[in-house]
Each structure stands twice: as structure tokens, then as C-alpha cells.
Ligand binder design. Structure first.
Ligand code: FPP
Length: 231
């Protein structure tokens, strides 16, 4: 029974969670951060080496301005508050995505948090912010083109945003939708997909354990036959 080396999570359903309780959507995101803290602790305890979460997509800028601003404030505050506890728990945090449009405040908080955690070696925790899977592939190809390097499977893979984490083994999406929504694409080519109807703030340690235990029962053939794998 092997556990996944890289788990990617689409944390969907914060808005609906809040709306069901007649609360502003931003309250759902606040509760979403609490669920994220539980996820990180559970993944670390489960000895997952790489955890990636979709915190803000390239497309999320289209949301109402007050929601976007609220999320940005949460990111700055969250990075400042969690950098040391994460490091102390052995978690190395990375922010992955197009940072060119972020405020100075946010970029400074990211630099500081990444620096604090740089020697932690228990788990890579990739927070995907202003990230899109298609953007990642294009920026990788552009880097190779600039260097005048040949484009191959291996060379392109090395230029993707988080080469340290390798292929995604298990992708989890909450909130009842069954799609990948331009999250990690290339590295998820052979990912096992687990969909949960729980809204993100309700996603618990037990839900994560259920996804891991389902994963352990999967036969991963990578294009081969079942008989070949068993031989
Ligand atoms: C999707 O739910 C969720 C998001 C776009 C934001 C996720 C962000 C967090 C959980 C906070 C992360 C914080 C830090 C500090 C990294 P939705 O709003 O699309 O929900 P809906 O589908 O119900 O509307």
C-alpha cells in the first residue's frame, strides 16, 4: 500500500458555505483557512511529502472587488501568522503562480514566509496563488524558448512552477463539482481524482483520511495492463 507522494487540493465551496448561513462570502473564506490549517496538519501527520492547494486562480480576479480584496488581505495576514508555526512543524511553504501583479505588501510577505521556511524538510506545501495550469505550461515553454533550449518532455517539466514536487498522485476537489478547473494540469496527467460533496470549510481530517485510504486501493497502471503490473 503506497501513499501518494504529491496531493493537490481544489478547495471549493467557501462561498456556498457562507451563503447557506446567510453570511458574507468572505466569512466562508475565513472558515476555509481553518480547514486549510487542519489539512496541512493532517497531511504532515500522514507523512505526505508534497501538498499543493489552489488558493486563487488566474480567473478569480473576475470576482467582486471586495471579495478579491478580502482574499488578498487574508493571504498577507495568513502568511505572516503561519510562517513560523509552519516552519516549526517541518513544513516548507512556497507560493506558486504569477506574482507580477501582486501588491508590494503581498510580495514582501511571500518573500519573508518563504525565507523563514527555507530549511524545513518535512513537507513541501505549495500555495497556488494567481496560478493556472495552462499559464504554467506556457511560462515553461517561454523560458525554454528564451534560452534557445530544445522543448522535450523532460526539459519542459523542469521549467514548470514546482519541479520539486513531481507528478500529482492524488487530486482532491471539494464542493461537489467534478472538474479540474485549470489547476495543475501537466503534473496531474496520471493523478487519481477524488471528489467530495463536502463544502471546503466542512472538509475534515476524516475526509482526508478517506481519500488517502481510497487512493491506497487504486491500481495505477500508467498505460500498462493489470497483468503486466502483477508480473
Ligand atoms: C473556492 O470557493 C475558494 C477560493 C477561491 C479561495 C480559497 C482560499 C482559501 C481557503 C484561503 C487560503 C488562505 C491562505 C492564507 C493560503 P468558492 O468561493 O468558489 O466557493 P463557491 O463555489 O461555493 O462559491
Amino acid at each position: 500500500m503506497t501513499k501518494p507522494n504529491h496531493v493537490a487540493v481544489i478547495m471549493d465551496g467557501n462561498g456556498r458555505w457562507a451563503q447557506q448561513r446567510l453570511m458574507p462570502r468572505i466569512e466562508g473564506h475565513r472558515r476555509g483557512i481553518a480547514a486549510l490549517r487542519t489539512l496541512v496538519e493532517t497531511a504532515r501527520r500522514s507523512q505526505i511529502a508534497n501538498l499543493s492547494v489552489f488558493a486563487f486562480s488566474s480567473e478569480n480576479w473576475k470576482r467582486p472587488a471586495d471579495e478579491v480584496q478580502g482574499l488578498m488581505r487574508f493571504f498577507v495576514a495568513g502568511l505572516k501568522k503561519e510562517a513560523v508555526p509552519l516552519r516549526d512543524a517541518g513544513v516548507r511553504m512556497h507560493v506558486v503562480g504569477d506574482r507580477s501583479v501582486f501588491s508590494e505588501d503581498l510580495n514582501a510577505a511571500i518573500d519573508e514566509a518563504e525565507d523563514i521556511g527555507k530549511d524545513a524538510s518535512g513537507m513541501h506545501f505549495n500555495i497556488c496563488l494567481n496560478y493556472g495550469g495552462r499559464w504554467d505550461i506556457v511560462q515553461a515553454a517561454q523560458m525554454l524558448q528564451k534560452e534557445d533550449s530544445p522543448i522535450t518532455l523532460e526539459s519542459l517539466e523542469q521549467k514548470l512552477c514546482m519541479p520539486w514536487s513531481g507528478p500529482v498522485d492524488l487530486m482532491i476537489r471539494t464542493g461537489g463539482e467534478r472538474r479540474i478547473s485549470n489547476f495543475i494540469l501537466w503534473q496531474a496527467a496520471y493523478a487519481e481524482l477524488w471528489f467530495s460533496d463536502a463544502l471546503w470549510p466542512d472538509f475534515s481530517a476524516a475526509d482526508f483520511a478517506a481519500a488517502l485510504s481510497w487512493f491506497e486501493g487504486r491500481e495505477r497502471r500508467f498505460g500498462m495492463t493489470s497483468a503486466q503490473l502483477k508480473a
